[in-house]
Design a protein around this ligand. Structure first.
Ligand code: HEC
Length: 103
């Protein structure tokens, strides 16, 4: 009986982790949302990525650069005064997916 309880608890925990993970999955949709978010990286101005790159205009080939993440963070810090997004964050991964969708 004890092991059954333990198994049920383990299954519940797996389900919880899985659903928490689902909310944290990078996506093009989230990338698009962040691209239009003036508060990205804690920025406090009115500008968004889209202010200068409407719908990704001019960024069609940006995802071919191995420095895409760095380029995104350069714009975020210099043009929007935001804090750089960590390499493994859902935010940067989603923005990369969104940039890849411009092609
Ligand atoms: C104030 C205007 C401005 C804002 C805001 C801005 N950018 Fe930029 N961005 C530029 C300029 C200017 C360049 C360099 C010229 C170019 O490549 O278009 C550039 C370049 C880039 C590049 C490299 C382009 C390439 O071809 O490799 C990427 C990627 C990029 N921006 C993404 C972003 C993202 C993501 C945001 C929001 C976090 C953002 N930019 C916000 C003006 C801006």
């Amino acid at each position: 009986m004890k092991s059954l309880k333990a198994a049920m608890l383990a299954a519940a925990m797996v389900a919880m982790v899985a659903s928490a993970h689902a909310a944290q999955t990078p996506s093009v949709e989230l990338g698009k949302k962040l691209f239009n978010d003036p508060k990205l990286g804690g920025a406090t101005g009115a500008k968004t990525c889209a202010s200068c790159h409407p719908n990704g205009t001019g960024l069609e080939f940006s995802s071919e650069s191995p420095k895409l993440a760095q380029n995104i963070n350069t714009c975020l810090t210099r043009a929007m005064n935001g804090a750089p997004l960590p390499d493994n964050s859902v935010e940067i991964k989603s923005l990369i997916l969104y940039h890849q969708s411009f092609k």
